[in-house]
Design a protein around this ligand. Structure first.
Ligand code: E4P
Length: 216
């Protein structure tokens, strides 16, 4: 499974890149707003740092406006993936992007039927929002499973990008199901490394190593 960081924070991206396991970045208007910086500046910095796919979201609500933004964003770099909401206007824009060879990430997906529509439009990625479904008492991970099943049945090439992952168990469940990508906050990615037995084991190894003659 590819690991994407769900952030617009440059510091977090730098740290995750240093681990060497970061495949891409997803952003959204809320994450950009959280930085307190201008979108132009955030976008420039992320694209300068991240060689893998970077999802940048359109904010227009009509197809023509989305296409105008999509073409400008796509021209910013080969790694740009245009993030488009799953609305009728958005899907019409995805169809046009597909025709133009612009990669898309269809966002705000909450049902398998929506995911089917996105795949028919030729989306590069579909983003089911797992955590937000869990928040309202639905099983978000079940949606990921359903989408994978439907895509498998028809051989769709659209990649399932499990989004709104909130904790390590979400990541594990998405991986076990075979989601192509998981996008997660920095904190969640960092949590994946940790296990108390790893910390304890390392501490003991290092203590013992200091007892080896000639070591200090
Ligand atoms: C996906 O690309 C979204 O940016 C993100 O995963 C939403 O997550 P949230 O529900 O934690 O805001």
């Amino acid at each position: 499974m590819e690991f994407f960081l769900d952030t617009a924070d440059i510091g977090e991206i730098r740290k995750a890149l240093a681990w060497g396991i970061l495949d891409g970045v997803t952003t959204n208007p809320s994450l950009v707003a959280k930085t307190g910086r201008r979108f132009e500046d955030v976008k420039r910095d992320i694209l300068a740092l991240v060689p893998g796919p970077v999802s940048l979201e359109v904010t227009a609500e009509d197809t023509a406006g989305m296409m105008e933004q999509a073409e400008l964003l796509a021209a910013e770099g080969d790694q740009v993936v245009v993030k488009i909401p799953l609305t009728p206007a958005g899907i019409a824009a995805v169809v046009q992007c597909t025709e133009l060879g612009i990669r898309t990430n269809v966002t705000l997906c909450f049902s398998a039927n929506q995911a089917l529509i996105a795949a028919k439009a030729g989306a590069t990625y579909i983003s089911p929002f797992v955590g937000r479904l869990d928040d309202i008492g639905h099983d978000g991970m079940q949606l990921v499973e359903e989408i994978l099943e439907v895509y498998e049945a028809y051989g769709f090439k659209t990649k399932v990008l499990a989004a709104s992952l909130r904790h390590p168990l979400h990541v594990l469940q998405a991986a076990k199901m075979g989601a192509h990508v998981g996008t997660m906050p920095f904190k969640t990615m960092e949590q994946l490394f940790h296990h108390p037995l790893t910390d304890l084991g390392l501490q003991r190894f290092l203590e013992d190593w200091r007892k080896v003659p000639g070591q200090s």
